[in-house]
Design a protein around this ligand. Structure first.
Ligand SMILES: O=C1C[C@@](O)(C(=O)O)C[C@@H](O)[C@@H]1O
Length: 250
């Protein structure tokens, strides 16, 4: 597996890196939650900005990012998850681009989520802005309804690499155990084939196994919750850390 370094963190090496999404809606509740997280063991904070009530006010977004940066040195991933892919709101292309620009230029974030399905032109613009500002791109694809065909999932991951992703991520919904096994199989294959770390998860209850076996299959990051999950199947961080430790090998 290849490695993507963010601050001191080497994503793609050793145990999967644990990311905790913050899904609060106001500046004060977001800052409070991040303060609260300090007592937990994890690697990355994901700010789910689609939950933020002032997402349309870019000055407020910038101020928020600044306050977060002053509060924690943890690697910070900024994610706008579109309603189309299971998030809270749908921004226009212009608003999405402006948000990405503000976040990357703030110099307060380390990684940004870019949705593959935004279209190649927009994706390339966002990747350029991120890289000009030394922000890593976690490119993503989500399907909350089903697990796409194997060939399709592989193609998504390949396209992400071609479009300049630093990390390539897919999150899909299983309906049967075979869907979970398919996801694990393509993870193993693509983590060898691509020259970027990949992140995969099979959501929901039957997909939980995919959130703990990344060290074996080659999924470099896994998402866990503290009180509030941002997707079905996420485990509480303490439970996840125990399971990752049990599976860990030298
Ligand atoms: O894309 C992902 C993965 C995720 O959907 C999950 O299944 O854990 C959770 C989201 O917050 C994150 O942006």
């Amino acid at each position: 597996m290849s490695v993507c370094q963010v601050r001191q963190l080497k994503i793609g090496e050793g145990k999967p890196k644990v990311c905790i999404p913050v899904v609060e809606t106001t500046t004060s509740s977001i800052l409070k939650q991040i303060q609260f997280l300090q007592s937990y063991l994890f690697d990355i904070i994901e700010l789910r900005i689609d939950f933020y009530q002032d997402i349309h006010d870019l000055q407020k977004v910038q101020d928020l990012l600044m306050q977060i940066r002053n509060q924690t040195e943890k690697p910070l991933l900024l994610t706008y998850r579109s309603a189309r892919e299971g998030g809270q709101i749908q921004l226009s292309d212009e608003a999405y681009l402006a948000l990405v620009k503000t976040a990357c230029q703030s110099q307060c974030i380390d990684m940004i989520d870019v949705e593959l399905m935004s279209g190649n032109v927009l994706v390339c613009q966002m990747v350029d802005i991120a890289h000009q500002n030394h922000v890593k791109v976690l490119m993503s694809y989500h399907d909350f309804e089903q697990t796409p065909k194997i060939q399709e999932m592989k193609q998504y991951l390949e396209n992400m690499e071609i479009l300049g992703a630093d990390l390539c991520k897919i999150a899909v919904m299983p309906h049967r155990y075979q869907d979970v096994v398919d996801l694990l199989n393509i993870t193993m294959e693509m983590s060898h084939r691509l020259s970027r770390p990949i992140v995969t998860m099979s959501m929901g209850s039957i997909g939980k196994i995919s959130r703990i076996v990344g060290e074996l299959t080659g999924s470099a990051m896994t998402f866990a919750s503290v009180n509030q999950a941002s997707a079905p199947g996420q485990m509480e961080v303490e439970d996840l850390q125990k399971l990752l430790e049990v599976i860990h090998h030298d």
